[in-house]
Design a protein around this ligand. Structure first.
Ligand code: PLP
Length: 355
């Protein structure tokens, strides 16, 4: 993904407003303090008390038996499919899923799995689409063993899968003996947006993970949860993939701090996203997808400047945005304030006037 100019590019203007991604957050002073104070041990042998506490907290949060700390969300997805599936199996996921387009083909390269991309809208497929994709098991067909959804759906626009749809999918999957996996990189955004608990959102899903290096503002880490047997298998893959760590409690402390202090405030990010979208949609010709969480997707060619050119013009003005699958993505997060949103809107209008 070519998001941005290299940080070492001498021509790069100073960045004042970073809407590139919620991965861009810097640990707050309080988070750094929590990290400095962390009690640590050897994570690889299960001896890091802070990691263990984090895993207990997340297993409880998601209503699962056990959990394991991972270096990244990508490794959660990869270890999960490796634990759930066998070579030759088929995984079903929506066409724009991170699993398909943004993990370097890991599921094919490491697992020998094929992924069936399901058509969807805003990153979500319907129960009918899923039903139509399910085949009667014969020896000609690859076994369909796993269904994966993203909560929230990233490229879909940060959209929230309705709880009822998740329940229907999990129920249908169970009827067909298919395992269910939730890529919850931004699950907590979905929970804050709907006022539903993570436990409710994850109910009926076999494996679920949350990312701490996105909107929750930690520098590193994700935690995946599921049954004890599943987590044992994920641990084996984590070891094989080189993801087992040592004094990882320093990082886990940041994640615990995030659970305590950075969940409710996601509502501020959502409010900022709504303000940004409202302002953008007041510009004639701008095509804006209404945000449900912290991601705002829009397209500017109707307003007189192609999306690529608008992103470049804003970069010149110190605002960083991402191009994703042909649209501009603005992401609000911990390091983006309400006044920065007003500034961004003024700079968008300025860019359109002057170019
Ligand atoms: C960011 C993201 C991932 C990967 O997480 P990393 O921690 O960046 O590896 C997976 N799925 C979705 C939907 C994401 O947005």
């Amino acid at each position: 993904m070519s998001y941005a100019p290299s940080p070492t590019d001498p021509k790069r203007p100073p960045i004042r407003i970073n809407l590139l991604s919620d991965t861009q957050t810097r640990p707050t002073p309080a988070m750094r303090e929590a990290m400095a104070r962390a009690e640590v041990g050897d994570e690889q042998i299960g001896d890091d008390p802070t990691v263990n506490l984090l895993c207990e907290r997340v297993a409880d949060l998601l209503g699962k038996e056990a959990a394991v700390f991972m270096p990244s969300g990508t490794m959660c997805n990869v270890a999960a499919t490796l634990a759930h599936c066998r070579p030759g199996d088929e995984i079903l996921a929506e066409r724009t899923a991170h699993l398909i387009a943004r993990e370097g083909g890991a599921h094919a390269a490491l697992g020998g799995f094929q992924i069936m991309p399901l058509d969807g809208r805003d990153g979500q497929f319907t129960l009918d689409t899923l039903r139509a994709a399910l085949r009667p098991p014969t020896r000609y067909q690859p076994p369909q063993t796993l269904i994966s959804v993203e909560q929230t759906a990233n490229i879909g626009g940060g959209t929230v899968w309705p709880h009822a749809a998740l329940t229907d999918i999990a129920t249908l999957a169970k009827q067909h003996g298919i395992t269910t996996h939730m890529d919850g990189a931004r699950l907590m955004n979905a929970c804050v947006a709907t006022d539903l608990s993570a436990r409710a959102m994850a109910a009926g899903w076999d494996s679920v993970w949350i990312d701490f290096s996105k909107g929750l503002g930690a520098p590193i880490g994700a935690v995946i949860a599921g049954s004890r047997a599943f987590i044992d298998e994920v641990w084996r893959w984590k070891q094989r993939l080189g993801g087992a760590m040592r004094q990882a409690g320093v990082c886990a402390a940041a994640c615990i701090h995030a659970l305590d202090h950075h969940v409710d405030r996601l509502a501020d990010d959502h409010a900022n996203a709504r303000t940004l979208a409202r302002g953008l949609s007041q510009i004639a010709g701008m095509s804006v997808q209404e945000p449900q969480t912290n991601l705002v997707f829009f397209e500017s060619s109707g307003a007189g400047l192609s999306s690529d050119k608008l992103v470049a013009a804003l970069r010149e003005r110190g605002v960083l945005l991402a191009m994703m699958d042909g649209r501009i993505r603005a992401c609000t997060h911990l390091d983006v304030s309400a006044p920065m949103i007003d500034d961004t809107l003024a700079l968008v209008r300025d860019s359109l006037r002057r170019t």
